[in-house]
Design a protein around this ligand. Structure first.
Ligand code: NAD
Length: 296
């Protein structure tokens, strides 16, 4: 069993931390939100007053923060955690961030003799709660082997895709496809509904036909189709529109870096930007359907 510092207990980090506690690990946790910390404490975690307090004596440090600036802010600089993490500890960042940021932080960790992997996840909040996430890992194989038992307590698939930063590139490829698929699935259901079709029957048909996807089967964008989908609880508690917007911006940057063309990814980035400007930035990204339909 490991002594773990867990930083970032939001929609994803909260349930991931709960699964590590369930597996018997000791967790010191920190989040800027006192409510998020209190929730983790109910699962058996010990609250730390600061991130630096959380990492004292930790054998493993796990972070699950929104974006590159939060991760760089947490680890780097004079007040950064890399100066406080015990020698020999393993650092696992599960946030989805720019590949260049992941490489920068991993390099700084390496200079301090700390092994670090990027291990962004796929599977959504339902996967985080069920412990069925997919981990997409960039970094040294040895560091991944040390992390593997912990990742296995939070997920069921682990892919080693390359060196530091590669996990982020692969994650961005996945999310770019997801962003496009969600937007077009919403459009398709809205089209059917405008013709008087029952969105539930339409979705059930699509879920066993060639338009089958996570958007039709698990996170259906139409309210009432799937009881547990964010759409059926006012688009709350899932994967925020602005997080998808961030990922599509990172995909666009990654594409520019190698001269790749991503016409649909760019179009999708604009759709999620429009949805954000419409005031839906904090809602689940499936709320992008609101751009094309008045949902019930
Ligand atoms: P969230 O906004 O729900 O949670 C982020 C948490 O980090 C918040 O509780 C916030 O208070 C905390 N935080 C921010 N800065 C901090 C700091 N400096 N110190 C301590 N705590 C800090 O976000 P989320 O949905 O949990 O997503 C986290 C990451 O996982 C993002 O990079 C996102 O892109 C990725 N992701 C999310 C999903 C999803 O379905 N929500 C799925 C896969 C990947």
């Amino acid at each position: 069993m490991s002594r773990i510092a867990f930083i970032g207990l939001g929609n994803m980090g909260g349930p991931m931390a709960a699964n590590l506690l369930k597996a018997g690990h000791t967790l010191h946790v920190f989040d800027l939100s006192a409510d998020a910390v209190a929730q983790a404490v109910t699962h058996g975690a010990t609250a730390a007053n600061t991130a630096i307090d959380a990492v004292q004596d930790a054998e493993v440090v796990i972070s699950m923060l929104p974006a590159s600036r939060h991760v760089e802010g947490l680890y780097l600089g004079d007040a950064g955690l890399l100066r406080h993490i015990a020698e020999g500890a393993l650092v696992i960042d599960c946030s989805t961030i720019a590949p260049a940021s992941a490489q920068k932080v991993a390099r700084a960790a390496g200079e301090r003799g700390l092994a670090m992997i990027d291990a962004p996840v796929s599977g959504g909040t339902a996967g985080a709660a069920a412990g069925t996430l997919t981990f997409i890992v960039g970094g040294e194989g040895d560091a991944l082997e040390r992390a593997r038992p912990l990742l296995a307590s939070m997920g069921k698939n682990i892919f080693h895709v390359g060196a530091n930063g590669a996990g982020q590139v692969a994650k961005l490829c996945n999310n770019m496809a997801l962003g496009v698929i969600m937007a077009v699935t919403g459009e398709a259901i809205a089209l059917g509904a405008a013709h008087g079709l029952d969105p539930t029957v339409l979705s059930q048909m699509m879920a066993v036909s060639t338009a089958r996807s996570w958007a039709t089967e698990v996170c259906n964008p139409w309210p009432g189709v799937l009881e547990n989908a964010p759409a059926s609880r006012g688009y709350t508690g899932g994967f925020g529109n602005d997080l998808m917007l961030k990922d599509l911006g990172l995909a666009a940057e990654a594409a520019m870096g190698v001269g790749a063309s991503i016409p649909l990814g760019e179009l999708a980035r604009n759709l999620y930007a429009m949805n954000s400007q419409a005031g839906n930035g904090g809602l689940d990204f499936s709320s992008v359907v609101k751009l094309v339909a008045k949902t019930p």
